[in-house]
Write a protein that binds this ligand. Structure first.
Ligand SMILES: [Zn+2]
Ligand SMILES: [Zn+2]
Length: 116
């Protein structure tokens, strides 16, 4: 059965869990933080992203700056949201207090962050 983006978005909501583009989560499986770069729904979008047929897929980047694409479902027992971490994967608290913008991260220049 082919699934268009709209149907897949609804159908795979539990697979994607609370994940949103530009936010940070910890994978229980990898044991590391990552930033969500994109979520792809439906046969066409997912195939474009990961190179094979899947009804949904997600693109993330971790601390090693490697961009990964996968279609592993969110696991509420092991995976967790980390809103206190900036998408650059450094603590928001370390960023300059008045703006909290990525450019003010003392650890990096956040080159990957043109997502929000
Ligand atoms: Zn940052
Ligand atoms: Zn940073």
């Amino acid at each position: 059965m082919a699934m268009n983006a709209e149907t897949a978005r609804t159908f795979y909501k539990t697979h994607v869990g609370p994940q949103e583009v530009g936010k940070v989560y910890r994978s229980g499986y990898w044991g590391e933080l990552y930033t969500v770069l994109a979520i792809h729904y439906g046969d066409d979008e997912a195939a474009k992203a990961i190179g094979w047929r899947s009804w949904w897929a997600i693109t993330v980047v971790g601390n090693d700056e490697r961009v990964r694409m996968h279609c592993t479902a969110w696991d509420p027992d092991r995976d967790a949201a980390h809103p206190e971490i900036c998408p650059c994967l450094h603590p928001r608290a370390d960023h300059t207090a008045d703006s909290r913008g990525h450019d003010d991260c003392p650890h990096c220049r956040c080159p990957r962050l043109d997502i929000d």
